[in-house]
Design a protein around this ligand. Structure first.
Ligand code: ATP
Length: 328
């Protein structure tokens, strides 16, 4: 039998705030029982403790995870925020929205999936041109799931000493296990193209291989999001290691219309004007049209106008189009 002291400690530690202590005392009792020859009873206690831990894990999914500021070496590798962005704020193609809603749905119910030996999709590769909402998607996933968002600082991660880079990568994957969150590898091609790069030496290859290995072994509760504009230079092996690859395109005319309407929601614009603006904006990214709208809105606000002048929006779009052509 457990000692009187152990039973007392077990009862004292029974509180939400001290569940770790509760589990630890229960395991001490199991160990004590095993030592006194009651191995079967010890195993039963251990099984009960595992069940409690499993319940705690799944009940904590869906609750807000308090933001923790990375410290020590991690402070240079991860930048932390707590975004409130929602998927509804994004203008997305129907298939993108469907994929992202599925990620959220599976994540929220991963306990249920686990009972059937299934795992939620957590490892996402986002590919598409600049300014189409890849980073915003990562924030929106964190916002929807009430998780902290960590952007992996690639300039700190990638050093000229490849062994060091792999060690830092390991530290990031360890952080994913300890602190549940959305971890974004932006400009992921910096890692993902290494194996296929022109200076394809063994050392460089090891970093990508380490990433592939860490990604495959990762069984944390964190979401891993890798984003790139350069799909074509990514190593082939990568695509298979992600649970989902979500592709982004420049906005269609209808999407441009929605973007302008959302961005200029504070002003009166009729549908005919919206259609004309969207048609003129074709070829711009989501980010570029948002900026053009903000530029036109600022002119209206400074002039104290409630109705935005069509000419202001058209001028801002034209300037964005010209700027785009000049950098090509
Ligand atoms: N799909 C979208 N819906 C609504 N707004 C968007 C969308 N995409 C981009 N934006 C706006 O443009 C800004 C920049 O977009 P974001 O940084 O997410 O693009 P990106 O694809 O990650 O670009 P890059 O590849 O250059 O990092 C966003 O903060 C948001 O204001």
């Amino acid at each position: 039998m457990a000692t009187a002291q152990q039973l007392k400690a077990l009862l004292q530690s029974y509180s939400e705030a001290d569940s770790e202590m509760f589990v630890s005392v229960a395991l001490q009792i199991a160990a004590h029982e095993a030592r006194t020859g009651k191995g079967k009873f010890a195993l039963e206690i251990k099984k009960l403790v595992d069940e409690i831990k499993g319940k705690q894990r799944s009940s904590s999914l869906g609750e807000s995870v308090p933001i923790t500021r990375p410290t020590g070496e991690l402070a240079t590798l991860l930048s932390a925020t707590y975004p409130h962005t929602k998927l509804a704020e994004m203008v997305l193609a129907p298939e993108q929205r469907e994929s992202l809603e599925l990620v959220i749905r599976e994540y929220c119910q991963q306990g249920k999936l686990r009972e059937y030996g299934l795992s939620a999709r957590r490892k996402l590769l986002l590919v598409g041109p600049p300014g189409v909402g890849k980073t915003m998607t990562s924030w929106a996933l964190a916002g929807e799931l009430k998780l902290p968002h960590f952007t992996v600082q690639l300039h700190s991660l990638i050093t000229k000493y490849m062994g060091e880079t792999a060690a830092k990568l390991f530290a990031v994957f360890e952080a994913m296990r300890h602190t549940r969150g959305v971890y974004l590898f932006d400009e992921f091609d910096a890692i993902g193209s290494m194996r296929a790069g022109s200076n394809d030496v063994g050392e460089i290859r090891r970093v990508l291989n380490s990433f592939l290995q860490f990604l495959e072994q990762d069984d944390s509760d964190s979401l891993i999001v890798a984003a790139t504009n350069l799909e074509e230079i990514l190593d082939e092996a990568l695509f298979r290691r992600f649970d989902d690859v979500i592709r982004y395109q420049l906005p269609t005319e209808i999407e441009l219309r929605d973007l302008i309407a959302n961005r200029l929601a504070a002003f009166k614009i009729d549908n005919k004007e919206l259609r004309e603006m969207a048609s003129q904006a074709q070829g711009l990214s989501h980010a570029e049209i948002c900026r053009a709208c903000d530029e036109a809105a600022k002119v209206a606000v400074l002039d104290d106008r409630r109705k935005i002048a069509r000419e202001d929006v058209q001028r801002a779009i034209r300037l964005r189009q010209e700027r785009k052509r000049s950098v090509r």
